[in-house]
Design a protein around this ligand. Structure first.
Ligand SMILES: [Zn+2]
Length: 381
């Protein structure tokens, strides 16, 4: 039983619910339902992956890692049994921040809402797969199987449980990605890779959020971990059936309390920042909240969602017609979007545009002119 598997759906990454500006093109990490909450717990008990669905990796565009070397997917990580955790993905070599770790097409996707019995529907999708696809599906593990039912006699319920345990959001749909499903969950500073669905490629990509040394386990996150340990663990246990023992959840109590305090403060600051959208605070105050979030995240080691955070700051700066700050934040956003979702994304192209012509931002001049300040106070940006 994989204990530490990931919850994939309610992915915390629900990007800035906090941000006033619309997160255009931001990945959608909502939890889907199929009559049930689709959560995702990783699970994967998969021993042999044939490589069928992933990917005929169409030559990746330029993500940071691919500039110098062709992407050799199978060299990036391998899957092993991890005591107490089932399977897990281990870095096969040193991985650089921003590197593309995986691109994977779904085994299949289903709409978020279906007019059919979920067990029958999923079982029907399973039947349409090739023998290899079916095997990949059946190698997945599952949690929350209805009590009192015998799995042997209820293959449709088993199929649904596997889907619910492993599916993740894929744009408007929900999809199964067997390779990605091998990556376990970690909270806050413990997760080091992030996945995103790309509508325009119809596949999922996973990037390294941090440098990952050879031999270290790849961890991602599927829920919002910007909350205290007890809350995170209660949610993960209830939703995904495991007690999280990631590095952050395993901290000694004093350090855990300090981490909880930081995570709670980050969440609070996001809420404070949102007041800008209601004109509750001015642009300089909004930027100050963002700087504080950034600083606390540095202390915590929480690096996710920074592209969006900086893009939101650029939005604020543009609204107040602060060209220098718009450019500085757009550069910051471009850097972090590149790490987390890839340099070959609309978000990065958009930031390039704002760096070149800050006044081209659609929010430009929508609020009173003000010097709001850039990311670096000391340089007066
Ligand atoms: Zn944890």
């Amino acid at each position: 039983m994989p204990s530490e598997r990931r919850p994939k759906t309610a992915k915390a990454k629900q990007q800035p619910q906090q941000t006033p500006p619309p997160s255009k093109g931001a990945p959608n990490w909502q939890v889907l339902t199929l009559g049930v909450v689709l959560s995702i717990l990783s699970a994967l008990f998969y021993s042999h992956w044939s490589g069928l669905w992933d990917l005929s990796a169409p030559s990746p565009q330029s993500t940071p890692s691919q500039k110098s070397a062709p992407f050799m997917q199978d060299e990036v990580f391998y899957v092993v049994n991890i005591p107490g955790k089932g399977k897990g993905a281990i870095a096969a070599r040193d991985i650089k921040q921003g590197e593309l770790i995986l691109r994977e097409k779904p085994l299949f996707v289903v709409p978020r809402n279906i007019n059919a019995s979920p067990p029958k529907f999923i079982y029907g999708e399973l039947q349409k797969l090739s023998p290899e696809g079916q095997q990949a599906f059946l190698n997945l593990s599952y949690v929350n199987f209805p009590k009192g039912l015998d799995p042997e006699g209820h293959p449709e319920e088993v199929a649904l449980a596997m889907f619910q345990t492993n599916a993740v959001s894929a744009g408007e749909n929900v999809g199964l990605f067997p390779r990605m499903a091998r990556i376990n969950h970690g909270c806050s500073s413990a997760f080091n890779v992030v996945y995103n669905w790309r509508d325009w490629e119809e596949q999922l990509v996973v990037h390294a959020l941090k440098d990952i040394p050879k031999g270290k386990e790849l961890l991602t996150t599927y829920t919002n971990t910007k909350r205290p340990r007890d809350e995170r663990r209660a949610f993960l246990s209830q939703q995904y059936g495991f007690l999280c023992t990631c590095d952050v959840c395993s901290l000694p109590s004093d350090l855990s309390r300090a981490s909880d305090t930081r995570l709670t403060e980050i969440s609070r600051l996001y809420t404070d920042f949102a007041a800008w959208g209601r004109d509750g605070i001015d642009g300089a105050q909004a930027i100050e909240f963002i700087r504080k979030i950034w600083e606390i995240e540095d202390a915590e080691g929480y690096w996710s969602e920074r592209g969006q955070l900086a893009a939101d700051a650029a939005w604020v700066a543009a609204s107040h017609s602060d060209a220098t700050a718009t450019q500085a934040w757009a550069r910051r956003a471009r850097e972090w979007f590149s790490y987390e979702i890839g340099a070959d994304t609309p978000q990065v192209m958009e930031m390039n545009m704002f760096v070149a012509r800050p006044e081209s931002h659609k929010a430009w001049g929508t609020k009173r002119r003000q010097n709001v300040g850039g990311p670096d106070r000391s340089r007066g940006e």
